[in-house]
Write a protein that binds this ligand. Structure first.
Ligand SMILES: *Cc1c(COP(=O)(O)O)cnc(C)c1O
Length: 393
């Protein structure tokens, strides 16, 4: 089976991890800070805080933004559940803003409309999480304008988007989002096995992220409520977590970061090939977002005709039977049982639901060969011909 995603680990990556294993520090050593500095520098951000995974990073970003009981966080329904769950960890409420039908990212026009309504009801969100879907940022320029106007914190969930750019600067640069969260899960652009990073240019937010990442404990006398008792002394200032990244993970992440441009170039090559080959098939691909340059974590196609959409599941199954590990990113979050329990229902976000009824993620990763990619394309063409009907309806 050709998987939909797969990490690429080379001898340098392995050596980087082995060196940590043979060193004095498996965790809380020098590698975490080196990884943080390297990614901050690559993105042009002032602060980077490494965490155990992006889910933890989203949780801490929400806490740093002051999100708490009674507050609201809004995000896109087409994302991994973590983009919404981060609010629930803080005791806050979640609502969604539908996606743009072409770019599949949070629709800035729908957001503006919903904010106007919420302002009149006195129910504005404290945080908006904009997902860089498939590696492509949302309309961050408009979102930043709305953040200024309505006073919410803008968090970019850039789990898909290490190496992406927007408006001529790296995603994570802090020009648009207050905080940007990256993931280093093996299916993503670079991997640390597990890992995440929160980038920000705000020193206060960075200090909160650092404190909460490690139990809410400080050794900084300047932050303590009374004089230090001695060299052993630390104080717990609030309830934090153990969301640290280990040096083993950081070493792998740092080594992978040195290969980021190689990964991005190969992904772009494969995407260009997909786009050329799909031009004569009845499927839609993700429309470019103005000013965005995607990192291409995912390559999604949408079945165009009503007939093909009715055969969505059969097309998916036929491709799997042909050895192609297609996937579906994502099931609309508001339709998950947990969120239905909170009051969401089918019909709430029609563009997200229409997307779900038509989307397929095709395999995309640096080691995908052109022969394998041709097999993916053949299996899609075949499935569309036999199950999808031959014409648009
Ligand atoms: C993968 C992913 C996450 C979670 O990342 P982890 O590092 O696995 O916690 C969050 N948001 C999105 C959009 C993701 O794809």
């Amino acid at each position: 089976m050709i998987p939909y995603a797969r990490q690429n680990i080379d001898a340098g990556d392995i050596d980087a991890v082995l060196q940590v294993l043979q060193s004095d520090w498996l965790t809380q050593g020098p590698m975490v800070e080196r990884f943080e500095q390297a990614l901050a520098q690559r993105c042009g951000a002032v602060h980077a805080v490494a965490v155990s995974n992006a889910t933890a990073g989203l949780h801490l970003a929400c806490l740093a933004a002051g999100l708490g009981v009674g507050d609201w966080l809004w995000t896109s329904p087409i994302s991994f559940v973590a983009s919404a769950n981060c609010a629930r960890y803080c005791g806050a409420n979640v609502d969604f803003v539908d996606i743009d039908p072409h770019t599949w990212t949070l629709d800035a026009t729908a957001l503006a409309r919903k904010l106007e309504e919420a302002a009149s009801l006195g129910r504005l969100p404290k945080v908006v999480v904009a997902v860089a879907f498939a590696g492509q940022s949302a309309d961050m320029r408009s979102l930043k304008g709305l953040a200024r106007q309505y006073g919410f914190t803008l968090i970019e969930d850039a789990a898909h988007a290490v190496g992406a750019r927007y408006a001529g600067v790296a995603v994570g640069n802090g020009e648009f989002a207050d905080m940007t969260v990256f993931s280093f899960h093996p299916v993503k652009i670079i991997t640390a096995a597990e890992g995440g990073m929160v980038l920000t240019n705000d020193a206060q937010l960075a200090a909160r992220l650092q404190l909460l990442r490690s139990h809410g404990v400080t050794r900084d006398p300047g932050q303590m409520s009374e004089a230090s008792h001695g060299p052993w002394y630390y104080q717990q200032l609030e309830l934090g977590f153990n969301y640290r990244l280990s040096d083993l993970h950081a070493a792998l992440g740092l080594s992978q970061l040195s290969r980021l441009d190689e990964f991005l170039a190969r992904r772009r090559q494969l995407v260009a090939r997909y786009q050329r080959s799909l031009a004569d098939l009845p499927v839609d691909v993700q429309a470019p977002q103005a000013e965005a340059q995607s990192a291409w974590h995912l390559f999604v196609v949408r079945l165009r005709s009503a007939r093909a959409q009715r055969a969505h599941k059969q097309i998916f199954e036929a491709m799997r039977a042909a050895g192609v590990g297609v996937n579906l990113h994502y099931i609309p979050i508001h339709l998950q049982p947990y969120y239905r329990e909170l009051g969401f229902k089918p019909g709430d976000f029609p563009e997200a639901e229409a997307y779900y009824a038509s989307a397929l993620s095709l395999p995309l990763y640096p080691d995908l060969s052109e022969a394998e990619q041709d097999h993916v394309l053949d299996s899609l063409r075949q499935a569309l011909q036999t199950l999808g009907g031959d014409a648009d309806e």
